[in-house]
Design a protein around this ligand. Structure first.
Ligand SMILES: *Cc1c(COP(=O)(O)O)cnc(C)c1O
Length: 344
């Protein structure tokens, strides 16, 4: 893969916005270059670091990835949209994705007027590189994979992921939003080997920080440089950067949460499997369980009336009759199964 050949022509030649903080980096005593207010109440009067180097330095140490290989976005939503804007010519290019999977890839495709090609997973919610690649043509710029996958919960076959990355002449975006709950290793360790791989992670799930909106993309320094050209200059605000620097040292706490949630997941699986209204539990590597029930719409309504909200996935490909249940606290999980017990 030659990166220049797959980046959109206009982006390849784009002169990005140059902010005051791009033009002068470093320490000074008097800052009169950014039209900021020198007065302040809560230390928010200065523009934040456009490339978030402090946060990236901390993340780089934690993830074992060079900081030049990290892109930070407002949730995973931002890098998902960013790769369309970098690689896909609207109305001409297309992307390929597994189906079912996370809904944002298709929405971002539609917003960017890029054809979104779905390749149905097999009955065990897995895929093969061959079938996925058959759906590509010379206008396919991106392939989206999600492992563990949402809403199915399973990890995709690792060898097929590798074969896809090796054989595809474009970018493979591998979404690892749930990797902290998985027994499978992350692909972050494989980035050196695959210059066309972008790995997405997020603070929204295991890190208990969905409200701050921080998504991470890891890729070659060349890909990250181009993504940075296209993003809004100050996409990650100072409140978020401060918060993340406070949160990242809490790795042990996160590990404890994950341990509790994984134990709870196993208990919940056992109790659900004993309920008459549950027809099937699908294997999961994430913090949620996809279950097939007798009547998904009726059970969803019943739970909602009792104040217990799950996700109805009845209308999703291969998920007819399915509900997606997030693993909560022991009390929340007990309330769920007690309520389901009452369903006639
Ligand atoms: C929840 C989730 C995310 C997280 O999105 P954010 O924008 O980072 O909150 C990303 N990918 C998948 C597959 C998810 O399920």
């Amino acid at each position: 893969m030659i990166l220049e050949q797959i980046v959109r022509h206009n982006i390849r030649h784009l002169t990005p916005y140059s902010s005051a903080r791009d033009e002068f980096k470093g320490e000074a005593s008097v800052y009169l270059d950014a039209n900021e207010n020198p007065y302040q109440l809560y230390r928010m009067n200065r523009y934040p670091d456009p490339l978030q180097w402090k946060v990236k330095t901390a993340l780089a140490a934690m993830k074992g990835v060079d900081r030049e290989r990290i892109f930070l976005g407002v949730g995973s939503d931002e890098p998902i949209d960013n790769v369309f804007r970098v690689f896909c010519e609207p109305g001409i290019d297309n992307v390929v994705s597994i189906d079912p999977t996370y809904g944002m890839y298709g929405v971002a495709a539609e917003i960017n007027n890029v054809e979104y090609r779905r390749v149905l997973l097999d009955e065990s919610f897995d895929f093969t590189a061959d079938r996925l690649l058959q759906a590509t043509d010379r206008h396919t710029k991106l392939i989206f994979l999600c492992s563990p996958n949402n809403p199915t919960g399973n990890c995709l076959n690792r060898n097929e992921i590798i074969r896809t990355v090796r054989q595809f002449n474009g970018i493979v975006v591998l979404d690892e939003a749930y990797i902290d709950f998985s027994g499978q290793p992350s692909f972050l360790g494989e980035l050196d080997r695959y210059p066309n791989l972008i790995v997405l992670q997020t603070l929204s799930k295991a890190w208990a920080s969905a409200a701050v909106r921080l998504g991470m993309a890891f890729a070659s320094a060349d890909i990250i440089r181009i993504m940075n050209k296209v993003k809004y200059p100050y996409n990650i605000n100072q409140l978020t950067q401060d918060y993340v620097l406070q949160m990242l040292p809490e790795k042990e706490q996160v590990k404890q949460w994950v341990d509790v949630l994984l134990r709870e997941r196993e208990k919940l699986k056992k109790r659900l499997s004993e309920l008459p209204c549950i027809e099937k539990l699908y294997p999961t590597d994430a913090n949620f369980i996809l279950v097939k029930v007798a009547d998904a719409d009726a059970i969803y309504r019943f739970l909602t009336e009792k104040g217990v909200i799950v996700r109805n996935r009845n209308a999703v490909s291969l998920c007819a009759g399915c509900l997606r249940i997030t693993v909560g606290t022991p009390e929340e999980n007990r309330t769920l199964t007690d309520t389901l017990q009452q369903f006639q």
